[in-house]
Design a protein around this ligand. Structure first.
Ligand SMILES: [Zn+2]
Length: 445
């Protein structure tokens, strides 16, 4: 039976609150407290969310705080769910408050890099909290990704030795026990202070559960009028943006600078990570309100959505493509036909497949290109006709050498099979003089 839950402090993590419950209720060990609070022995406390609390615990908690309030004000939900689509946001809010589910199914949780492995604290906040409440606690805002300073005291946050990951940690680590006196280092870099304030204001802003404006549209709006978006609005210069952004944040000494790939995925709408969005928006000079209460019109959203598909649906100028391709195609098919394209000089049959492949055309495109089509048709021939030309070529080549030769020699260098010999005879006269025709036929017979 749950004895009593202390009041939860402003911006306190649910984890921190449960740690204090454990301390105040006089349990012998974390383990026994956990057995009382959670469903299964294998359940570990969640650092950033609520965890798999059993129905009895949930019932007790619901008497003092609503699940929505806990999720919105005492978990990292405002970071992870801030920019996800509306429906997903509602689902995540409900499921985090009512049933235990793997948060990775609700939104993307980026892996932790160096500097983000442990719960962080502000030495001055800990001091203040001890004065005001009689104990220290774990603050949510100190755990925001890439948050390196306390915005209230403008000093650097300190890493504790309590892992920020929930996995494989089966103990309660109350802040009061884990936060030891630490030297206070004030942040000198004003830009870093501004960045931290920015993260905080985005994190703290009320979450809009009515409008569903994709964050890709919001950033697209921020990109307009910058050199990172073509004036036509069709192309984003993501590489340039990623390069400039990297230089900017590296000088600031940020832990975790977003990659071009991450930026690209957010700009194209397939992801909406808090730290990626904030880094891009702050770099572009967007106000935090532009992110948290955007005022885009439906037309603006549509324009951005359409720009994802510009490349694929851009209409092809067939006349232009036909005109530009024709001379190239002519040279190419001629060289195939007369054999100059071939290493050994042997003429070849010009096939439609070869033309499509060499010209990089897509299925049936030749039908929209009359000039190219005409060129292709001029060189089109049947297989027997192309064999006839190969045999004439082989015959002439052997004759030039001035040595006696036989039918087998012609067969070998022309590549024409014996069973096809007779089918070529009618075509010989189309490509050579009567004298040569007679000599070739004499060789075959
Ligand atoms: Zn502080």
């Amino acid at each position: 039976m749950i004895s009593y839950f202390p009041a939860i402090y402003p911006d306190e993590l649910v984890y921190s609150w449960l740690c204090r419950y454990y301390v105040h209720s006089g349990f012998f060990s974390s383990k026994s407290a956990m057995q009382e609070l959670y469903c299964k022995r294998s359940d570990n406390p969640s650092k950033e969310f609520i965890g798999n609390l059993n129905p009895g615990t949930m019932e007790q908690i619901a008497k003092i705080y609503s699940p929505d309030k806990l999720v919105l004000e005492h978990t990292m939900y405002p970071q992870y769910a801030r920019f996800i689509p509306l429906e997903q946001k509602n689902t995540a809010l409900y499921r985090l408050g009512h049933d235990n589910c793997d948060v990775h199914h609700l939104f993307c949780v980026l892996p932790r890099s160096e500097g983000e492995q442990y719960l962080r604290f502000c030495p001055l906040c800990a001091e203040d909290d001890r004065k005001t409440y009689g104990e220290a606690y774990w603050h949510r805002k100190h755990q925001i990704r890439n948050m390196s300073i306390c915005t209230k005291h403008r000093c650097r946050l300190v890493e504790s030795n309590v892992p920020a990951k929930s996995e494989q940690s089966f103990t309660f680590c109350p802040a009061e026990h884990c936060i030891v006196y630490d030297e206070t280092v004030f942040e000198e870099d004003q830009l870093m202070v501004r960045y931290a304030m920015y993260l905080e204001s985005v994190f703290d802003a009320p979450i809009d559960f009515n409008k569903d404006i994709p964050v890709s549209s919001i950033l697209y709006d921020g990109l307009s009028q910058t050199k990172y978006l073509k004036p036509s609005g069709r192309s984003r210069y993501t590489k340039m943006l990623a390069d400039d952004l990297k230089v900017f944040y590296r000088e600031m000494g940020l832990y975790n600078i977003v990659s071009m790939y991450q930026i690209q995925r957010v700009l194209l709408g397939s992801r909406s990570d808090f730290s990626v969005v904030c880094q891009v928006a702050f770099f572009l000079g967007m106000k935090s309100e532009e992110l948290t209460s955007p005022t885009l019109t439906l037309e603006q959203i549509q324009q951005e959505q359409d720009s994802h598909y510009m490349k694929e649906t851009a209409p092809v100028d067939w006349v232009q493509l036909d005109t530009n391709t024709a001379p190239i195609l002519e040279r190419f098919v001629q060289s195939v036909y007369d054999g100059t394209a071939n290493e050994n000089g042997r003429p070849e049959r010009v096939s439609e497949r070869l033309v499509y492949r060499e010209m990089g055309l897509l299925g049936h495109q030749l039908e929209n290109m009359p000039r190219c089509r005409a060129i292709f048709e001029r060189y089109t021939e049947s297989y027997p006709e192309s064999w006839a030309r190969k045999i004439i070529w082989a015959y002439q080549r052997l004759r030039v050498q001035g040595k006696p030769f036989y039918w087998s020699d012609i067969r070998m260098i022309s590549g024409v099979k014996k069973k096809n010999f007779h089918s070529i005879i009618p075509y010989l006269q189309l490509h050579t003089d009567a004298e040569t025709v007679n000599q070739i036929v004499a060789l075959i017979e």
